[in-house]
Design a protein around this ligand. Structure first.
Ligand code: 3PG
Length: 270
């Protein structure tokens, strides 16, 4: 049986290290895809999980990938190998599944886009672990045991790290990020639909989304109160670099993604 290569693992780890916050995005109107994702990138979030939960998922991945080369565009809610192939063809740079099947785990070992498999139990983790996976999505985090479960996982599997999603909100994100085995947290709370597509049909300028993101984070992460002015993205990134404690220990914030990977890997991945 094939084992996950160091190269694949390095790629997934680099994605998670690139942003401690991973928005889970369900595109309702295709025309919103690029402006919304651009707002997130402007706000300092450069890892995007665009899900296949709506009919626009694939097209959105394709469009965002072309329009925002600085972003890491991943596909979420991938549940079959057929979908895995489709999102790779659309340009997804990584793939996230809500759960695992042996077939998907094995496909991820040799795929072009690296896989972040979703697990909810230690038994599922062990299936992936035996294939070489060390990074997992923990889903649905809150109902599958939340922070106590992640602490318990660390006992038998100290070399495994997680991106918990499902039920996490801005007021609990920092607690998750403070755990040594949590690289990043995800969720739909980062892109509440009401803020970027109000009922009136009047689209919020992308700046408002960035403002919302930052003010929301500032409520949740006290160190972010140091953020002050300049451009949104710049202030956001500077704050994170200056006060990494806001995100918990061990969450590097690389200036640009390629610095974290060998050139050869960057070339292939991007
Ligand atoms: C996911 O797929 O990661 C979850 O549906 C996100 O859960 P949330 O809506 O509770 O953030």
């Amino acid at each position: 049986m094939n084992q996950l290569s160091d190269y694949h693992r390095e790629r997934v780890r680099a994605v998670l290290q690139s942003s401690p916050l991973v928005p889970v995005i369900a595109i309702q109107d295709l025309e919103d895809a690029v402006p919304l994702c651009q707002a997130l990138v402007d706000g300092g979030i450069n890892v995007l999980e665009i899900t296949l939960r709506t009919e626009h998922g694939l097209k959105a991945i394709e469009q965002v990938r072309k329009a925002i080369p600085d972003a890491w565009v991943g596909a979420g809610t991938v549940t079959s190998i057929a979908q895995y192939r489709q999102v790779e063809a659309a340009g997804a740079q990584f793939v996230i599944t809500p759960g695992v099947t042996e077939a998907i785990l094995e496909f991820g070992v040799t795929s072009e886009a690296p896989l972040l498999p979703g697990i909810a139990t230690i038994s599922e983790l062990m299936v992936g672990y035996n294939l070489g996976y060390r990074e997992f999505k923990f889903f649905p985090a809150e109902v599958a045991g939340g922070i106590p479960a992640l602490k318990a996982f660390n006992g038998p599997f100290p070399d495994v790290t997680f991106c918990p999603t499902g039920g996490i909100r801005r007021n609990t994100a920092a607690d998750y990020l403070a755990l040594g085995n949590v690289q990043a947290v995800g969720g739909t709370w980062l892109t509440p639909r009401m803020w970027w597509r109000p009922k009136t049909g009047r689209r919020l300028p992308r700046l408002r989304v960035g403002v919302w993101l930052i003010s929301d984070f500032r409520l949740g992460f006290p160190a972010w109160k140091f953020w002050s002015g300049r451009t949104l993205g710049q202030g956001f990134r500077e704050t994170l670099r200056a006060h990494p404690c806001a995100l918990g220990a061990g969450h590097p914030w690389p200036a640009t993604f390629p610095e974290t990977l060998p050139q050869s890997a960057c070339h292939t991945f991007r």
